[in-house]
Design a protein around this ligand. Structure first.
Ligand code: DLL
Length: 411
């Protein structure tokens, strides 16, 4: 009720969206959430960068962002109270994996606009742990410091954790003997139970799944407890629903569908019924751990075509838009993603260059063009891609839907 009241008074966007049809007095039970309209990624895009904020910019103390669908990022804003709220839910998150002030937390999530690094930093700091804000990359150095600083907990994407394990093995480190890791909190991309066993085995730790998104707060929306039977959602701040992605109808607990969130306590950028496009199932049976809030299963996929490559959200439409803005590039392309054993994801973009560069073949210009395309893609996607320029008609033409994305990863 308070949220609807406040949004009607402070948000141009929600004033229009809610109109006169629903008011605070219509919300009498959680079930009445159904009366409220959805908010979509497109709404955030249309109101880029700060149009979804409901407080003046001077009250916003932090901005984070993740990649959007069109080259402009998806923005999240935080007031002082929102940062406090985030700290609180992240403190709960790390506590759920047993982190206390006695732990040394090796935080290898990216620090910057991405919410992972800062989110874990404030949460682990709040419980008094010793935090190592190492961020991602320079893997040999990570391997050295995990041992030297005696890290007991590691936080990063599951795929990067495997890369660290692999590098350590290559360097001849006896992980089981020399490392003290006991827990890993892995998220920001989908991963399977098979991957869990692999990580637990290689790194000699207990792996916890964590879920979140920039539009809602960042990491800290939901996390597993030691029962590992789903991620408990912090429902005192984030109300979750599952809907049928085609009809928008609310589905009962236990059904698979699209996850939708309403943030009831956030100040700078609250959202009503935000459609995450993530597919999962909600469960409300009590959990042995004693927590009473709803659990969500592992994310099973997306209802749109967003890909996550090395933890970065990548939209195929954005690759297309970038390619087509470059002269001498033809509208025939394919995106190939793979995950070689224990290595980071590879992203290849195969695209045809103008036939005139092949008659006769102009290797100098093709070379320049290849570098240019790779540069433009890295700039807009925020993740590097290997570009293969192809000759005329070498990308298979389709008679129906083009198969633009070939994802060979076994997620
Ligand atoms: O990935 C926030 C985060 C940081 C979560 C660190 C966990 C750990 P975004 O960059 O906005 O935020 O991407 C959000 O990533 O809609 C999901 O599709 C995907 N995602 C996040 N966590 C998981 C997970 C961060 N545990 C998008 N399993 C979400 C599967 C996940 N997918």
């Amino acid at each position: 009720q308070k949220l609807v009241e406040r949004l009607k008074a402070t948000s141009q966007f929600y004033k229009k969206k809610l109109g006169d049809k629903v008011g605070a007095a219509d919300i009498k039970s959680l079930d009445d959430l159904k009366r409220l309209p959805f908010t979509e990624k497109g709404d955030l895009r249309d109101n880029y960068p700060f149009g979804m904020f409901t407080v003046p910019l001077e009250d916003v103390v932090r901005i984070h962002a993740s990649s959007g669908t069109t080259g402009k990022p998806t923005v999240g804003g935080y007031t002082r109270a929102d940062v406090e709220l985030w700290t609180e839910v992240m403190a709960r998150t790390v506590s759920s994996a047993g982190v206390t002030k006695k732990d040394v937390v090796h935080n290898a999530y990216g620090h910057g606009l991405f919410t992972g690094g800062m989110g874990f930093h404030v949460g682990a700091d709040r419980v008094g742990a010793t935090v190592i804000p190492i961020s991602g990359g320079l893997t040999r150095r990570q391997v050295m410091l995990i041992e030297d600083f005696g890290a007991t907990v590691i936080t990063c994407t599951p795929s990067y954790a495997l890369v660290i394990a692999e590098e350590a093995m290559e360097m001849g480190v006896d992980i089981k003997k020399r490392w003290k890791l006991r827990a890993g909190i892995f998220g920001a991309e989908p991963w399977t139970e098979k991957m869990r066993r692999e990580l637990e085995n290689k790194l000699n730790l207990e792996a916890f799944d964590i879920y979140g998104l920039t539009e809602v707060i960042g990491p800290g929306v939901a996390v597993e407890c030691s029962e590992h039977n789903g991620m408990h959602i912090n429902e005192d701040h984030f109300l979750a629903e599952i809907i049928d992605p085609d009809t928008g109808e609310r589905l009962p607990y236990g059904s698979e569908g699209e996850l939708v969130f309403t943030t009831i306590t956030k100040e700078a950028m609250p959202v009503i019924r935000y459609r995450t496009r993530d597919r999962t199932i909600l469960h409300n049976e009590p959990c042995k751990c004693g927590r009473t809030n709803v659990r969500m299963e592992k994310i099973m996929g997306r209802t749109d075509d967003m890909l996550i490559v090395r933890g970065v959200n990548v939209f195929p439409q954005l690759i297309e838009k970038t390619l087509l803005s470059i002269e001498d590039i033809e509208p025939h392309y394919q995106i190939v993603i793979d995950r070689p054993k224990d290595q980071l994801d590879t992203l290849e973009v195969w695209v045809e260059a103008s036939p005139k560069l092949f008659q006769p073949i102009d290797t100098r210009r093709l070379d320049e063009l290849q570098k240019r395309v790779a540069h433009e893609l890295a700039q807009t996607l925020g993740v590097s891609a290997e570009v293969k320029l192809m000759g005329p008609k070498s990308i298979q033409r389709s008679e129906g839907k083009a198969r633009r994305v070939v994802d060979k990863r076994e997620l």
